[in-house]
Design a binder for this molecule. Structure first.
Ligand code: SF4
Length: 179
């Protein structure tokens, strides 16, 4: 018994070592996103996350954007509590029948200009939940989607790249419109 306790105390924890931080890549992406947001909005981007019925795997990756490792807020990007303060609705999961109305209302409550980013494979077409009696389908079946970030779940860096692609596209369109 004593040997067992001592062994437990002396053995290192069974957690994996964290990957080497790719600080420059995350920093560059987040700074590029902030520049694109300033070009279009004159300020940083505000994001409202909506879980329309996901398994929460996508949420774990989205929440990681704000943890000590990625720490997006240092670049000015913010997750907000109300759609009335948001520029982007970031929607995850297949849309369940119970969440259809809530998602529609959240979309209607978001002021223009607004964009919808569907995050994860389920948000495209229901993913592994497609065909369930409880599921309507992808996000695009309920509200217009401007960008889809694929993956199950997509890692934080891919979500960042998706947001940059969205704002680049929006900025290019507004350049064409004013030319
Ligand atoms: S895409 Fe994958 S992680 Fe995201 S909600 Fe669907 S099953 Fe879960």
């Amino acid at each position: 018994m004593r040997r067992l306790i001592l062994g437990g105390l002396l053995r290192p924890p069974l957690t994996e070592a964290r990957p080497a931080p790719d600080e420059s890549m995350v920093g560059e992406l987040a700074a590029a996103l902030d520049r694109a947001a300033f070009k279009r909005l004159g300020r940083s981007l505000s994001i409202r996350e909506v879980d329309a019925g996901s398994c929460n795997g996508c949420e774990l990756e989205i929440v990681a954007l704000n943890n000590a490792y990625y720490d997006l807020e240092r670049f000015g990007l913010r997750f907000v509590a109300s759609p009335r303060h948001a520029d982007v609705l970031m929607v995850t999961g297949p849309v369940t029948k119970n969440m259809r109305e809530a998602l529609k209302r959240t979309y209607d409550a978001t002021p223009e200009p607004k964009w919808v980013v569907a995050v994860g494979d389920c948000a495209l077409n229901g993913g592994c939940f497609a065909g369930s009696y409880a599921v309507v389908g992808g996000v695009g079946q309920v509200v217009p989607v401007d960008l889809h970030v694929p993956g199950c779940p997509p890692p934080p860096v891919e979500i960042l790249k998706g947001l940059i692609a969205l704002l680049d596209r929006v900025n290019a369109k507004s350049r064409v419109a004013t030319a």
